[in-house]
Design a binder for this molecule. Structure first.
Ligand SMILES: O=C(O)COP(=O)(O)O
Ligand SMILES: [Mg+2]
Length: 244
């Protein structure tokens, strides 16, 4: 990545997506959905079928899965959806973290961003309580100052609201807050909020090419994002140990 890239200029904080960016959670989605589908008397889906549906929040996931596994392709009615969601949440709470792993470059990437004194905030579409519990389980909770979930605000990504609220809480203009995600959902939210955005190539992008998602840059490793920011000599960030 060229150090002349504009997105690196003036970054003072980072918003981090969770599923597909920090943690590979596909196994957890598979376990919880399989539990729900069994309870509803339906056949489970494969991971390959589940992956493109992840990233737009729980209701979108469950609604789409019900539609794909139903006798007809009709959308579920409200009662059916409510029953499925209750089952899914109960299964997810029980298995949360059992089949999830932190991506290889993430510990180094978080350490690299922290070494630049950038506050890190998790902005995910996963429900807040589940996201918080997962980060704790994986020993990542202390790396971020705040966790916002898909139920934290009136609207979730790709709406800009969570990113605008997070920037406001940090006391920074969105142009100085970098969104780090894995999908067009993150890129759309960032563009609408006025945040620069980079995407990780290893996550879930709804089955589409992440390089076509409209990000400022795409990286294969999270520590490469920190290195690019460090190389640009961030004005708002000081190297670890450096004093004012
Ligand atoms: O839809 C989800 O639950 C996952 O969302 P995330 O990629 O925003 O973390
Ligand atoms: Mg994601």
């Amino acid at each position: 990545m060229s150090t002349a890239a504009l997105w690196v200029e003036g970054i003072r904080a980072c918003l981090l997506d969770l599923d597909g960016t920090l943690v590979d959670t596909l196994g957890d989605f598979e376990l919880a959905l399989t539990g729900m589908l069994r309870e509803l008397g339906r056949e489970p889906l494969t991971r390959a079928q589940i992956e493109p549906v992840v990233g737009k929040g729980t209701e979108h996931l469950v609604r789409t899965v019900l539609q794909r596994t139903g006798a007809s392709a009709a959308p579920p009615d409200d009662t059916e959806l409510a029953r499925a969601l209750a089952s899914y949440h109960a299964h997810y709470a029980r298995i949360n973290g059992q089949a999830s792993t932190v991506y290889a470059s993430v510990p180094e990437g978080l350490a690299g961003l922290q070494a630049l004194n950038l506050p890190l905030v998790c902005v995910t579409n996963k429900p807040q309580a589940a996201a918080d519990a997962l980060l704790r389980h994986l020993g990542l909770r202390d790396a971020v100052v705040q966790v916002y979930g898909g139920d934290s605000f009136a609207r979730r990504k790709p709406d800009p609201l969570p990113l605008l609220k997070a920037s406001e809480a940090l006391g920074l203009p969105p142009a100085q807050v970098l969104m780090v995600g894995d999908s067009s959902n993150d890129a759309r939210a960032a563009r609408a909020a006025g945040c620069p955005v980079v995407l990780m190539s290893y996550g879930y992008n709804h089955g589409d090419d992440v390089r076509e998602a409209g990000a400022d840059a795409v990286f294969d490793r999270l520590d490469a994002v920190a290195q690019a920011l460090a190389a640009a000599g961030q004005p708002g960030a000081r190297a670890a140990g450096e004093t004012c």
